[in-house]
Write a protein of this length. Structure first.
Lengths: 283, 197
């Protein structure tokens, strides 16, 4: 009898001790869960796209408990509505939500960019990137194999003649495509801004020109043309400071290669297809 | 000192818990899709292995052996390890939120990881003293981390490659990769003995 009872008691006692320790610990280590966090999670759209910069909607909601100063306007999917709701829960003012969209900074499609490889056997941009940098002469541009389109949950990206293009209306600004692009040429930009340097080529102008006819050659004309100091040429590549840019489009008019896109023009659809892949550099 | 070094090298390379002793295969196959999460899992397992040994070794010698109920080892160890992991999770959540964030999701997965239980039991079976046991557990954890890291790296490359025949895609190629990795670790057998003896 003892041979059964004693071991049973010992194991029970060990279990009991563990149970007591855990119970005490759960009281001592209790981390209060903020009611606001639950309310915020509720208010968020639940798309878990990561557009706010956090790992998901819950993560974003949790972040408020650690950092009360966090902006309630980070959710690009919910936009102003959700920001207002969160601000209401937190009891603060909602900032302006600047809706963002993805923009493929490349216009190097088949007609303007030199092709140096047959890409039949390459199926993803990531593959192409590893395999001699892909099919195009320009090593900076869109590889055109659609990793971004695969990453997009909203069917906002399509292929326009070998270069990816974003449908501004369908894009919710989550940034999933931007993260997956091996060339890092998809930028998240304010939706209101209409003038873009659609090129990422940071090599000298002559090299860019050889690879692609619509690349930025770094000629500085745009920088001189801009009245607001909003465009700067660095490393042979122009870049726009969107805070300073007024959408005037003077730079686009000056650009000799057409690397700067002005979407204010009504023929924007034509320009979009033209935006292609290899971004040329500017000198 | 040499003894401890020999134990650690042995358990990292020749007797790697995953690749030679086939313990902890579940997280090895399950959490090895990405290098980041594989490393997180590996570090968490190492941490729990050392802690579990630190607690189970005294229990074995001070409680079980004293009352002559060594046959209850398995059930008692499982009980202790599971509670311990819970406790660690709570402690981390309260006092080390950054560490909790990086290890947190892996901790519940480890509760019933057989590699952790295996290390605790093997330490007793091999008759190691307390210090040796702790180093052996640390080595086992590092070996697990090493295996996870190598395997996750290989799997990431395989994911990107479209050259795998259709019938091998997914689980089959993963298992084949695991077997080849395990095979390559067999090359270490004898190396450690050769160095330390």
């Amino acid at each position: 009898m003892t041979s059964v009872v004693l071991p049973a008691i010992i194991v029970a006692v060990i279990g009991l001790i563990m149970g007591i320790i855990l119970t005490i610990a759960s009281k001592l280590m209790y981390v209060p869960v903020d009611e606001k966090v639950a309310a915020i999670s509720e208010a968020l759209p639940g798309a878990n796209c990561g557009g706010c910069g956090f790992a998901g909607c819950d993560d974003y909601a949790n972040a408020f408990s650690e950092n009360p100063d966090l902006s309630p306007s980070l959710c690009p999917v919910g936009g102003a509505d959700v920001a207002a709701k969160i601000a209401g829960i937190l009891g603060v003012e909602a900032g302006d939500v600047d809706p963002q969209v993805a923009m493929v900074m490349c216009t190097g499609n088949v007609s303007v960019t030199k092709q140096i490889l047959e890409a039949d056997r390459l199926h993803t941009c990531k593959d192409a990137k590893m395999f001699y940098g892909g099919q195009w002469a320009c090593t900076f541009g869109c590889l055109g194999l659609g990793d971004c389109a695969d990453a997009c949950n909203y069917n906002a990206i399509f292929n326009a003649g070998g270069v990816a293009q974003v449908d501004k209306e369908a894009c919710i600004g989550c940034g999933a495509c931007s993260k997956v692009c091996p060339q890092h040429i998809i930028d998240m930009i304010p939706k209101k801004k209409l003038v873009h340097v659609a090129c990422k080529s940071a090599v000298k102008g002559a090299i860019t020109r050889r690879a692609c006819s619509t690349g930025c050659i770094g000629c500085m004309k745009c920088q001189k043309a801009c009245k607001f100091d909003a465009i700067k040429v660095e490393n042979n590549l122009a870049s726009i400071d969107y805070d300073a840019c007024k959408n005037c489009g003077l730079c686009a008019k000056e650009c000799p290669t057409g690397a700067i896109l002005n979407q204010r023009v009504k023929k924007a659809p034509v320009q979009k297809p033209a935006a292609a892949e290899a971004a040329p550099a500017q000198a | 000192m040499t003894g401890i070094l020999a134990i650690m090298m042995g358990v990292i390379l020749t007797n790697n818990y995953v690749l030679s002793q086939f313990l902890g295969i579940c997280p090895f196959l399950g959490v090895s899709k990405k290098v980041d999460s594989a490393v997180g899992m590996g570090v968490a397992v190492t941490f729990v292995m050392v802690l579990a040994t630190a607690v189970t070794w005294p229990i074995q010698y001070l409680v079980l052996d004293r009352f002559g109920i060594g046959y209850l080892q398995t059930i008692v160890f499982i009980l202790v390890i599971a509670s311990l992991v819970q406790l660690v999770e709570m402690t981390l959540k309260k006092y080390m939120p950054p560490l909790y964030k990086s290890l947190g999701v892996f901790l519940p997965l480890i509760t019933t990881n057989c590699a952790v239980l295996g290390v605790c039991i093997n330490n007793i079976n091999d008759g190691y003293n307390y210090v040796e046991s702790l180093f052996c557990s640390a080595g086992a954890g590092i070996g697990f981390l090493l295996a996870m890291l190598l395997f996750a790296g290989l799997r990431e490359k395989l994911e990107d490659s479209k050259g795998i025949p259709e019938c091998f895609q997914g689980i089959p190629i993963t298992l084949i990769t695991a077997s080849i990795l395990s095979l390559s670790f067999m090359a270490f057998s004898g190396v450690v003995d050769g160095i330390f003896n």
